[in-house]
Design a protein around this ligand. Structure first.
Ligand code: SAM
Length: 393
């Protein structure tokens, strides 16, 4: 496919997404099935345009002045300096030519929610939560995410993982965080031997930091109460060196379906908690980790669709779910134990304000907090994340 044909395909897919037809991933899969002539490079290039467009759809559309997918792709072409005449050539399979008035796009400054690509209603909560760090955080969330890896201590060290990745032609660099490596966006890690043999896991540096913040130690009983796919569960198992108990739980057990094969690949022993085991764990765990459901605001660059779908009611629902999960999890903390409340959010109502609410509501003492804003810190380029460690007063 020519670059123009890829742009035209992306315009169609963005229009379908804007019309609410489906999520981007199924739309892209269906497009791939219906256009067998498109090779893997074409499919990847079209997907890259679609996701780039979704991350920055308001600012790109504003820049162009045109509506819909065409405006988004035109804005992207302006930002990226693509040859406009070549892309908007009007040739077969290419977007229609730009009118003379359309070519240069708009030069007037957009309002902040447009400039920083989020729904209008989030301007207040984001600015109140982030203050002067609003603009840099939003810019970071508009950029493509790198691929962060966690070296699995149960199987190798960083040097071993780097060597194994290099054998598969995957370039990675160590981060300023014990087990973390970083590769360029789109690095083909999931096909590498290092990944398939469990030497590494895909996990953002901020998520790794949040897991380490729990300070899971060898010999402890650790309950990952909102385990989902088990990213943090496996990090706890590695930090504990296979010594102690790591138990995964989720209100939707189906979300943990990949955890047993992932644990096997990682050489980790993980128990899945059913209702009976949860009963037995009451008052027994050294560390209870609550990686609560949230808006996902800290990870919008990886999953830009969530920011456009988030509503005030949805945010309120997440806040209630966080409280319910925390309250249920707390029963499993042993006397003298600790509980961590964590979210991949940067909105105060889900982060620090929520942690203080939980501390007050349950008579707990907020021992320590960790706040990572997108693109900030020694590992700049990581997701936004928040964690608070609490104990009985
Ligand atoms: C942010 S995700 C967890 C991500 C996971 N810890 C990881 O690192 O990959 C939140 C999870 O919390 C679960 N959840 C929501 N409410 C819950 C509750 N009341 N009790 C336990 N799990 C809950 C959801 O099913 C979801 O899988």
């Amino acid at each position: 496919m020519t670059p123009a044909a890829r742009a035209e395909a992306a315009i169609g897919l963005l229009d379908a997404w804007l019309a609410g037809e489906n999520r981007a991933e199924p739309l892209l899969r269906a497009w791939g099935r219906a256009n067998r002539y498109a090779g893997s490079k074409d499919r990847r290039a079209v997907a890259d345009i679609v996701y780039e467009g979704l991350r920055r759809r308001r600012s790109l559309g504003w820049m162009s002045g045109a509506a819909g997918g065409r405006g988004i792709v035109h804005g992207l072409a302006l930002v990226e300096g693509w040859p406009l005449d070549e892309i908007f050539s009007g040739a077969r399979y290419a977007p229609a030519p730009l009118a003379a008035a359309e070519r240069e796009g708009r030069r007037d400054a957009p309002p902040d929610p447009v400039r920083f690509d989020h729904p209008d209603w989030l301007e207040g909560p984001l600015k109140a939560s982030l203050g002067a760090r609003y603009a840099p955080s939003m810019v970071a969330l508009g950029a493509r995410a790198p691929v962060d890896l966690r070296v699995n201590r149960l199987k190798c060290d960083r040097a071993g993982a780097l060597a194994a990745l290099a054998e598969d032609g995957v370039e990675a660099a160590p981060l300023d965080l014990a087990d973390a490596l970083r590769c360029a966006p789109g690095a083909p890690v999931a096909r590498s031997r290092a990944y398939l043999d469990g030497l590494i896991e895909l996990q953002d540096a901020a998520s790794q930091e949040a897991a380490a913040f729990g300070a899971a130690a060898p010999g402890e009983w650790v309950l990952d109460f909102c385990a989902g796919g088990g990213g943090k569960t496996l990090a706890f198992a590695a930090l504990m060196g296979g010594n102690g108990r790591v138990i995964a739980h989720d209100a939707a057990p189906g979300r943990m379906r990949d955890l047993p094969p992932r644990a096997k690949r990682a050489g980790a022993t993980v128990e899945l908690a059913d209702r009976q085991l949860l009963e037995e764990l009451k008052g027994a765990c050294d560390l209870v980790f609550v990686d609560a459901p949230c808006s996902g605001a800290g990870t919008w660059r990886r999953d830009p669709e969530t920011k456009w779908r988030l509503t005030p009611e949805g945010l309120e629902a997440r806040i209630s779910e966080q409280r319910a999960a925390f309250s249920a999890a707390l029963d499993c903390m042993k006397p003298g134990g600790r509980i961590v409340y964590a979210t991949c959010s940067i909105i105060g109502a889900e982060t620090g304000d929520q942690a203080r609410f939980l501390a007050a509501a349950h008579g707990l003492f907020l021992e320590s907090e960790m706040t990572r804003l997108p693109g900030e810190g020694a590992n700049g380029g990581a997701d936004g994340f928040y964690a608070a460690r609490l104990r009985r007063g």
